[in-house]
Design a protein around this ligand. Structure first.
Ligand code: ADP
Length: 619
């Protein structure tokens, strides 16, 4: 990275400076003060010279006494200025009396008299001051604010920035990531390396007339390394990296989200070539439903602005937009058309080798024992995401520290796998000996049934130490290798194994306990999927009965058959489960002695390994 680039990166603080940004309240306050001052200083000063009303006789007395200096005659009243007891000028008025001598009297007394009121404020002025003036001020303020707003909508960026977009765009500085830090996502890395190559040398592409991909959509379950990949692309290409989450565009006022989008692209264009990463793009990119009163104007405006900006910027400028989502099916079609997010890079859960690589990448940051078998850990964590694997390594390190060791050992990692799967050990939990025995029979029931079937994963560990997740014990099975296809027999055997726990309880105690609730849940899920999605039922064959709506997040399903069919499906699911239950019963009845022997051994040991288990079973 050249020194200049570094400086650029360091200076990438694109937050709009808050200087001169005063709230609207400030202006209202100033106007309020002005009105109050106007009212207290101007209007009362007119009124302050209060006029004292006196009878006509007193007026005559004052004139004769020589106290009156000025007189103003009106149609209905006479206003005059005389000095009061303290010798101060005071205005008086009195009613008009038909007095033909008045002019003579005034002339004799040498009084100045006229036909106007020199000191009284005009009622029009009064009206203007107390009503029209404030209204004018508020009108002026209103139109000023309206102008500001419209300027902002047009992208204005003025110092009096009430209503500025306040778009926060972060340029990640500090240690930049590389592809080497992303493990197990080889296909995604390959797809993205073209973007890196383009950012390195755009001229190569421009020479032949090729346009660069404007937008790349990273799709996959949470924690699979989408953000990490985007950072790595920026790191590899050595360009600035803007990162913003879709939810940051969500604003209360219509237009503000759109303004943020505008800001983001303006800044990105200034720093091109660069990478803009929008995480959780589904928050703003959801399908527009066209419903009249959906109340989603703001979101739609934001999305429209994003679409417009993506069309607007020149593709040869070197701004590449990466976006991540785990709900690709909910994205608006307009976002996905060519010229926008036309590239779609799947970032799936890692396979066995991927998991091992991820564990190794993260282990580099810790002091690990030399004899760690990452493959075993990877096999035990089927279905775990990169983020979970990173967490497992860290949990292992924390355990090593807790136990006062200098290195992370294999046991630490194995224990933290269990922590991630089932929660921490609940050493303090007090469980009665009777219940412990039930749990032991239950777990050995699972293990025994698993071991006695051919197409079933080997037992790795059995424990009756309670966990914080609520499990009172569990049996861990680990597949030998990575499985991509599961046969009907294997799924059925899984059902039988799951039924094993409950069956053992029934045979030994003649009763049922709540301990099997999780097994029941899983059995029903598997049996349903076998019939509704995998076409493994003889009745329905290859008919899709349920559709998975959300493949990356939990996999909700929706039924797409008539109620009558649904009833038959339920019937089939029930029969499948019953048959599994029956088979488990047969296996356990055939091996009752082993069940007793193993359960008692487990009761004493609390945790036994797969090898110990097999040794006793095969004896
Ligand atoms: P996503 O954006 O897909 O939800 P992230 O990229 O934020 O996931 O991943 C979270 C963390 O998990 C990363 O910071 C990294 O430590 C770890 N991680 C995830 N996937 C991988 C991977 N393929 N290789 C190495 N680490 C990974």
């Amino acid at each position: 990275m050249s020194e200049n680039d570094q400086k650029n990166k360091r200076n990438l603080n694109f937050n709009n400076s808050p200087q001169n940004r005063k709230p609207a309240l400030f202006y209202f306050f100033i106007i309020f003060i002005l009105v109050v001052l106007g009212n207290t200083l101007l209007v009362p000063s007119i009124e302050k010279r209060s006029v004292i009303e006196v009878p006509y006789s007193e007026f005559l007395t004052e004139v004769e006494g020589g106290d009156v200096s000025e007189v103003v005659m009106e149609q209905n009243e006479i206003t005059f200025v005389a000095s009061d007891e303290d010798g101060n000028r005071q205005i008086y008025n009195t009613g008009v009396v038909d007095d033909p001598d008045l002019v003579n009297r005034l002339t004799e007394a040498d009084v100045v008299f006229a036909k106007e009121i020199p000191t009284e404020a005009s009622p029009i002025l009064y009206f203007l001051m107390s009503w029209i003036f404030p209204l004018l001020i508020f009108w002026a303020l209103g139109s000023f604010l309206a102008r500001r707003m419209s300027k902002r909508m047009g992208g204005g960026n003025s110092p009096l920035s009430f209503g500025d977009s306040k778009a926060k765009v972060y340029a990640k500085t500090g240690d930049s990531k590389t592809f080497a830090q992303v493990a197990g996502q080889d296909e995604a890395k390959e797809a993205l390396s073209e973007v890196v190559d383009y950012l390195h040398d755009p001229s190569k592409y421009q020479a032949i007339g090729a346009k660069n991909p404007k937008g790349v959509l990273l799709v996959g379950p949470p924690g699979t390394g989408k953000t990490l990949l985007a950072q790595a692309v920026a790191g590899e290409a050595d360009v600035p990296f803007f990162s913003i989450s879709g939810s940051e565009f969500v604003e209360m006022f219509v237009g503000r989200g759109a303004a943020k989008v505008r800001d983001l692209f303006k800044q990105a264009n200034e720093k091109a070539p660069c990478i803009v990463f929008i995480d959780e793009i589904d928050t703003i990119g959801k399908k527009r439903d066209g419903a009249g009163f959906s109340g989603n104007d703001e979101r739609e405006q934001t999305l429209n602005q994003l679409l417009a900006e993506m069309d607007g910027f020149e593709s040869n400028k070197g701004v590449v937009i990466l976006a991540a989502t785990n709900r690709p099916e909910s994205l608006d079609a307009a976002l996905l058309r060519p010229g926008r997010f036309d590239r779609r890079v799947p970032v799936e859960l890692p396979d066995l080798r991927g998991r091992e690589d991820i564990l190794r990448v993260h282990a580099k940051n810790y002091i690990m024992a030399n004899d760690i078998d990452y493959n075993t850990i990877a096999r035990a964590t089927s279905g775990a995401s990169g983020a979970e694997l990173a967490n497992i390594v860290n949990e292992g390190a924390l355990r090593a520290v807790r136990e006062g060791r200098q290195q992370v050992s294999q046991t630490d990692l194995e224990e933290s796998v269990e922590t991630v799967i089932a929660g921490y050990q609940r050493k303090s939990a007090v469980i009665s000996p009777k219940e412990k025995e039930i749990v032991a029979y239950h777990e050995i029931g699972h293990a025994l049934v698993a071991a006695k079937q051919l197409d079933s994963a080997p037992v790795h560990k059995i424990t009756i130490v309670p966990r914080t997740s609520g499990a009172l014990g569990y049996t861990m099975q680990i597949e030998e290798g990575e499985k991509f296809l599961i046969s009907k027999t294997e799924l059925y055997n899984k059902l039988v194994t799951l039924a094993g726990g409950r069956v053992a309880e029934e045979i030994i105690y003649g009763s049922k306990s709540t301990g099997a609730s999780n097994d029941i849940e899983q059995m029903t899920k598997i049996a349903r999927a076998m019939i509704t999605r995998y076409g493994m039922s003889d009745t329905f064959g290859m008919m899709q009965i349920e559709t998975q709506t959300n493949q990356y997040l939990g996999g909700d399903t929706s039924l797409n058959v008539a109620p009558g069919t649904a009833e038959r499906v339920d019937q089939e699911v029930m029969e499948l489960i019953q048959s599994a239950h029956q088979k488990a019963g047969e296996i356990i009845s055939d091996n009752l002695n082993k069940l007793h022997e193993l359960a008692h051994y487990l009761l004493v040991e609390e945790t036994i390994t797969g090898e110990e288990f097999m040794k006793i079973l095969e004896d």
